[in-house]
Ligand binder design. Sequence first.
Ligand code: C2E
Ligand code: CA
Ligand code: CA
Ligand code: CA
Length: 278
Amino acid sequence: AKRSGRANYQCYTAALERETEGAFLIEARLRNSLRDGGLQLHYQPVVDVKSGELIGAEALVRMSFPSGTDISPDKFIPIAESSGLIAELGKWVAREACRQHKQWAEQGLDLTIAINVSPLQFRHQNFADTLRDIISDVGVDAERLEIEVTESAIMDNLDEAVAILNRIKSLGMRVALDDFGTGYSSLSSLTHLPIDKLKVDQSFIRSLENDAASRSVTDAIIALGRSLNLEVHGEGIESENALRYLQEHGCDQAQGYWFSRPMPALEFMRWYQQRRQN
Ligand code: C2E
Ligand code: CA
Ligand code: CA
Ligand code: CA
């Protein structure tokens, strides 16, 4: 027993070392990318469920190793948070998304651009001031920008979150609660939140077809949104059936691989033009 305990321990240590090394490499890559312009934003279409029209895009950050291997944001965002790089990364994302919004607007494509904000970044002292400065610097219409913050980030400290959200709203920006349904919102606290939209978590949308509980949760979120006068947005739509379900149940907006994967800006514009011709 002693022996296998020791073997387990060594195995555990080796795994931990590999992981630490991985995190170290990713942090180094992130530092370099921030300095050398090695980050990219991809954009995923957001479609109005009733009209089928393109109305927005979610900006999603991309980073890769020099070898070309992509590093998932699910992996490097937590590392950006623990290494203190998240503020700088968040600023870059916001500025780049604003710049892209402006360029598209000048080309006649006036979309609402959604920007993801990590919990730590959201709680950062002058987050709202930073946004205000970027918006006025780039010169964009704040009403076309949407901040996505997760339900759990907000519920962690509700009073503080409401104060921050109020400041964001006072700039004219929109706010969406991301990954909704997976956190622990109390229904009464939701009525006090200055938000515009609920994004139904992908896990429910993806199992709409074969899981009655997921349908119930989705229906409940749509009803909740309606009664609180919030838009409801389904993400992770991968099939026509899922889209039809949302259509029939009164969901407002949809996003997912069924329409398109996230794309670089140029490809996004081509996708839009092609879609308009058909
Ligand atoms: P999220 O905000 O929930 O973003 C949605 C994720 O689902 C994206 O993954 C998107 O590519 C993926 N997705 C969209 N439609 C489908 C679909 O139909 N099927 C499937 N299987 N997946 C779909 P991605 O880009 O890898 O981002 C993962 C997470 O990383 C995001 O989850 C978000 O939490 C975080 N993230 C991404 N970009 C940023 C950023 O600029 N700032 C911050 N703070 N976080 C970001
Ligand atoms: Ca999001
Ligand atoms: Ca989400
Ligand atoms: Ca997520």
